[in-house]
Design a protein around this ligand. Structure first.
Ligand SMILES: Nc1ncnc2c1ncn2[C@@H]1O[C@H](COP(=O)(O)OP(=O)(O)OP(=O)(O)O)[C@@H](O)[C@H]1O
Length: 737
């Protein structure tokens, strides 16, 4: 933004404004002075917020109103600078354009104004002798892999702590353990030992992880949501308080993260155009910051970003730390600018701590050990390079030297944390800026919302995604239309022919030169064609219902896992929301498919009964597709496993060979196949009025009196596949952390 320069004739005012700076800019995100320039007026040019109350008694009740006039502006400040309460007007030079939105994208101009609602937590996180061991292989081949060995360290509030180290040194593992996101135990074949202390008390990070925000390396978010919607979703499900307070917090976060300009742009992904990498990362951070956590852990927040975008992200983290949070992140290769923002460094090498301390101390420490960082070199690069290029014995001796230094320091220190076994509640003490500027939001605390609220928020998001995701919507309906027309034209009028022929007497047909057996054989053949037409309708319904789920669910699953791990919602409402949005969509698809086929193929059965069957079949197909998406280890496997499940459905549909003619040991598979049941129901509805239908029914193993059993089986399979999906999703979520 263009600032307001204090004119030469207003040097006294400049001095006043400069003195105003320190207190004001901390209290009011829209007012601070930098290099003699008043910055941060709102878009209307009004300074609407009073300066901080309580910081300075003589400023109580003061206010400022600014208005542009030509290239100058008048700033009137009603305040008691000199103990009086007089009103004064000062002329300030205002370079055009004056009415400009604050440039929150520029970190240098935001500085201390960010995260004003984050109160100071004065929380120190310490860890001692953290070790993690994992077992791989089985039996004689079982092997223990030591991933972390006796790692000590600390991270303080108000500081940006960075875990540095080469690839595979254990940075992510350490961060996961500290954030309570590392599973352990017999089942996971992982053992974690050591102690973690927060605010002077021993804690199990897993028990307090709702107070620890964790931003994963990959930005897993709904591509069709905007940053504002993503934050609103997170706030609606994770915060108490009323909507106004939540909206205020969201606006503050969007501003603090520099996302105001793109707040209403889709986040996007590889397929959908959207935010830049840096904006996406800042959105991911914002989603986790919504609960205003005490501790924020970020895994490689700069990976995949260009140097400036990476700088912007780390600048945000620095401001978050300055606002009072304990911020810990892993960094792979920080640039000099980024490294200059870091306060505290933990160097990991082969799962062990090589050094830990304030950034300024890093150079002198290695210098003392004979490793001087050349002038102009990035110290972070220098140390990482050192860890990778020095022989193992050297790095081991460096680690040993650091361990000894630390042990000596510990012996001489009497400030060891208390050993109370009770898990400390990681709670923020609202004082300082938090109390001043965001008192209204004190009511916003992290909560778990009711099942109904979770379901409603999830359905809203799913519906938005379904409408906005044009590609999937196109695939959904174009696939149905193309296949429907193709099959419709191939089987054109198949239903009418059979009825017309039924109306002819056998006698009439025999006049055409055919004998009785030939007439019956011809009728049977035509009935089979008619039946095959129904099978094709069912196939179109089944494939067009499962395809969009197979396309989109694998991409969404990591989002679910992230949100579930942060306690945003549970498995059941998530699954039900997917079903709740899919059912109306498959209903429309089925209506379109059957509507066209009914007319073009001249089908005879009751339209609504046929439609009901097609919808039930489609829902079953969706449930199976979801179950596959939940079951596979990697989302991309869905595409390979899908055909394995859907192709055998056709085998048991009776078009190729009746089930009764299949080998006995394969026949059980028909009970797991939903397509044959749907086809049998369709057959019964469609051929109800057709004479000699028994011939077809016998060939296809269809029993007219079992209609309700077939329908019940279909409904049962929907439930079974849904339960399987829910259970597998639950296991996946449990296995993650
Ligand atoms: N659950 C596990 N079982 C076995 N080995 C593991 C497990 N988790 C991590 N490791 C191993 O521990 C080492 C450290 O992994 P980690 O992901 O923490 O490294 P990193 O420093 O974050 O690497 P990068 O910078 O490449 O992400 C690696 O060799 C990894 O293969």
């Amino acid at each position: 933004m263009a600032g307001l320069e204090v004119g030469d004739d207003s040097s006294a005012v400049a001095a006043d404004l400069m003195s105003l700076d320190m207190a004001e800019r901390e209290a009011d995100p829209f007012l601070f002075v930098q290099d003699g320039t008043l910055r941060g007026l709102d878009g209307q040019g009004r300074l609407t917020r009073p300066p901080s109350e309580g910081n300075s008694p003589q400023r109580e009740g003061s206010s400022a109103v600014a208005s542009p006039r030509n290239d100058r502006m008048n700033l009137r400040m009603r305040r008691g600078y000199d103990g009086t309460s007089s009103s004064s007007w000062w002329r300030l030079r205002a370079p055009p354009p004056f009415l400009e939105v604050p440039d929150l994208e520029d970190p240098s101009k935001i500085g201390l104004t960010r995260f004003s609602s984050f109160g100071e937590s004065s929380l120190e996180l310490r860890w001692e002798a953290l070790s993690m061991c994992s077992w791989t292989g089985h039996g004689k081949k079982e092997e223990a892999v030591q991933i972390l060995t006796n790692v000590d360290g600390a991270a303080r509030s108000g500081q940006l702590t960075c875990i540095l180290g080469p690839s595979g040194s254990g940075k992510t593992t350490l961060l996961n353990v500290l954030a309570g996101r590392q599973s352990s135990g017999q089942r996971h074949r992982i053992r974690i030992t050591g102690q973690v202390w927060a605010a002077g008390q021993r804690v199990d990070p897993r028990a307090v992880r709702s107070r620890i925000a964790y931003v994963m390396q990959k930005d897993e978010m709904f591509a069709t949501s905007t940053p504002r919607e993503a934050l609103a979703f997170s706030a609606a499900l994770r915060l108490s308080g009323n909507r106004e307070d939540r909206n205020e917090l969201i606006s503050e976060l969007l501003g603090s993260l520099g996302l105001l300009r793109c707040a209403d742009t889709c986040i996007g992904n590889a397929v959908i155009n959207g935010l830049s990498g840096g904006q996406r990362k800042r959105t991911a951070i914002g989603v986790e910051l919504i609960t205003r956590p005490d501790i924020v852990c970020l895994d490689e927040p700069t990976s995949g970003l260009d140097s400036y975008a990476a700088y912007q992200v780390v600048r945000v983290l620095k401001d978050l730390a300055l606002a009072g949070c304990t911020v810990i992140c892993t960094l792979h290769q920080p640039s000099s600018e980024i490294f200059a923002l870091v306060d505290h460094v933990i160097c990991l090498c082969n799962g062990r701590c090589l050094w830990e301390g304030d950034r300024e101390q890093m150079g002198p420490h290695f210098d003392k050990l004979g490793y001087r960082c050349p002038v102009g070199f990035n110290p972070a690069d220098f140390v990482i390079f050192l860890m990778q290029t020095e022989p193992r014995e050297k790095t081991d001796s460096l680690i040993g030297a650091w361990t000894n230094t630390r042990a000596e320091a510990n012996l001489s220190s009497s400030s060891l944390p208390s050993t109370s076994p009770a898990a400390a509640e990681l709670c923020r003490t609202p004082h300082g800026r938090a109390g001043l500027s965001f008192a209204a939001n004190a009511s916003l605390g992290p909560v778990t919302k009711s099942f109904r609220k979770q379901l409603w928020q999830l359905i809203k998001r799913e519906m938005r995604a379904a409408v906005r995701d044009r590609t999937t919507m196109t695939v959904r309906f174009v696939l149905s239309v193309v296949l429907t027309f193709l099959f419709g034209l191939v089987f054109q009028g198949v239903g009418r022919t059979i009825i017309e022929e039924e109306e002819q007497t056998l006698f009439d047909l025999q006049w055409s030169g055919l004998n009785h057996d030939e007439v019956l054989a011809m009728r049977k053949r035509k009935m089979e064609w008619h039946f095959n037409a129904l099978v094709q309708v069912a196939l179109v319904a089944m494939l067009s219902a499962c395809q969009p789920v197979i396309l989109t669910f694998p991409l969404e699953r990591p989002v679910f896992l992230r949100e579930h791990s942060s306690g945003t919602y549970n498995v059941l409402p998530y699954y039900l929301s997917k079903m709740a949005v899919e059912i109306p969509l498959v209903f429309m698809q089925s209506l379109m498919t059957l509507g066209v086929c009914y007319v073009v193929m001249s089908l005879n059965g009751n339209f609504w009964a046929l439609l009901g069957t097609i919808v039930l079949l489609s829902v079953c197909s969706v449930a199976v597709a979801l179950a596959i998406g939940c079951a596979v280890r990697q989302p991309r496997e869905t595409g390979a496993v899908g055909p394995l499940v859907f192709v055998p459905q056709m085998l048991f549909s009776g078009i190729f060979i009746p089930v009764s003619h299949m080998p006995a040991y394969l026949r059980w598979m028909q009970y797991c196949s939903f397509l044959p049941y749907a086809i049998k129901v369709l057959g019964i509805v469609e051929f109800r009025r057709v004479p000699h239908k028994e011939v077809l029914f016998d060939a296809q193993d269809i029993r007219e009196d079992s209609l309700l059993v077939y329908i019940a089986f279909l409904i049962l399979l929907v439930f079974i596949f849904s339960l399987m999906g829910i259970e597998m999703l639950r296991r996946r979520a449990k296995h993650l952390f």
